[in-house]
Design a protein around this ligand. Structure first.
Ligand code: PLP
Length: 398
């Protein structure tokens, strides 16, 4: 039979894939990779049932904004579906360079390079700059994309405790002050919802020959005046050498960015494998990101509503006695502490029409198994009521 033909492992690696216990568990409990047949605003439909989407990163709720949709269509009309190649080989298009200039000016940097994904941008920002002989000092909770970049370098790697400048200082004390160092951290930590202690990190690194790389995927559009990001929030745009991140959160598109001085960005374009050998961001993606950036500047109500929703939501969770790990942002974890408890809580929310995501160790530190939730400007009054009821139900269930 054909199904037997496909399921029979042909070698030991294919067999390993078939027998992998973690994959089996994932498929058995099925908390990930759901398929929705439709989306209506902040709701998603699965098997005919509607759920409030409580774990997207559509912070400003712009993914269905008419101007964003119109812009994406315009991108297709103007340039077709793809550049079908890398910019080094096939050239940049006007919409690439225009978006880069607009984006750099908005976040307060001289130049910017955009890519097809935030993962690529974050990875390339570390891989390009760290060399053998450098020391990379990294917050141990940074995103996988930064670790992927670190994994490709021959630099010495030292971790410091999450968002802990005192520990960074301690780690630094073992190194020569003049040794070239790259400090890697985030503006907003997506699992924890913590704001990076950026000024203190910069302070403990004074006179230490440090180059700062900050991933602001979750801070851009959320933090700072008009959503200019975490560096702008603290007024340290000049001190953070590289700001990297994603268009797939507040800008409701897909794609990534690396922003810095002109020298830094030109260096990245020369040395980043991910940039040289990967196709450019597509026209509809770039047009959508550009339109979202305009909306961010011209329609401040989305930013305002995001924070109003966030404050209300957090108050609701606190009143229920839930531990939100001191989240300071619209990324709000609900700490369960054990994976079984996280699974039961996640299921209870699902039963009551709320879609969230659970994250368990080793994706989070042991004892921090959590339900990851996030607020959007698009959540309505009614959504928040459904969420409140579901949360109360889930608390009782566990
Ligand atoms: C902190 C952080 N950095 C980078 C990325 C990668 O972004 P993208 O989804 O655009 O590849 C993510 C995505 O989840 C993220 O949370």
């Amino acid at each position: 039979m054909l199904s037997n033909f496909f399921s029979k492992p042909k070698n030991s690696i294919a067999k390993r894939c078939r027998d992998d216990e973690v994959t089996r568990l994932r498929k058995r409990y099925n908390p990930y990779y759901h398929t929705f047949e439709r989306q209506n605003g902040s709701r998603v439909i699965r098997d005919g049932k509607e759920y409030v989407m409580l774990c997207s990163n559509d912070y400003l709720g712009l993914s269905h904004h008419p101007k964003v949709i119109e812009a994406a269509k315009q991108g297709l009309d103007d340039w077709g579906s793809s550049t079908t190649g890398a910019r080094l080989a096939n050239g940049s298009r006007k919409y690439h360079t225009e978006l880069e200039e607009k984006f750099a000016a908005f976040i307060g940097k001289e130049a910017c390079h955009i890519s097809v994904a935030g993962y690529i941008s974050c990875m390339s920002s570390v891989q390009s700059f760290a060399q053998k002989g450098d020391i990379v000092l990294v917050d141990k909770n940074v995103h996988s994309s930064l670790w992927a970049g670190i994994g490709l370098t021959q630099a010495q790697v030292e971790r410091f405790a999450h968002n802990n400048p005192a520990d960074l200082k301690e780690v630094l004390s073992f190194e020569k002050p003049e040794a070239p160092k790259i400090v890697v951290f985030e503006g907003v930590y997506s699992m924890e919802g913590h704001i990076g202690r950026v000024p203190e990190i910069i302070e403990v690194c004074r006179d230490q020959n440090c180059f700062f790389i900050m991933d602001d995927a979750h801070g851009f559009g959320v933090m700072g005046p008009g959503g200019r990001g975490t560096a702008a929030h603290f007024g340290v745009q000049d001190e953070v050498d590289v700001i990297t991140g994603s268009f797939s959160k507040s800008l409701s598109s897909t794609g990534g960015f690396v922003a810095g001085s002109k020298d830094i960005i030109e260096y990245l374009r020369t040395h980043s494998k991910q940039t040289i050998f990967s196709a450019a961001i597509s026209p509809p993606q770039a047009y959508a990101a550009s339109a979202s950036l305009d909306i961010l500047q011209n329609e401040p109500e989305h930013h305002k509503r995001l924070w109003e929703n966030t404050n209300r939501y957090k108050e609701m969770l606190r009143n229920l006695g839930l531990d939100i790990w001191d989240s300071e942002t619209p990324a709000v974890p609900i700490i369960m502490g054990q994976k079984e408890k996280a699974y039961r809580f996640w299921q209870a929310l699902l039963e009551k029409g709320v879609f969230s995501i659970m994250s368990i160790a080793p994706a989070v530190p042991p004892g921090k198994d959590l339900i990851r939730t996030s607020m959007s400007a698009r959540h309505t009054e009614e959504d928040l009521e459904i969420v409140a009821e579901a949360m109360a139900y889930a608390v009782k269930k566990i």
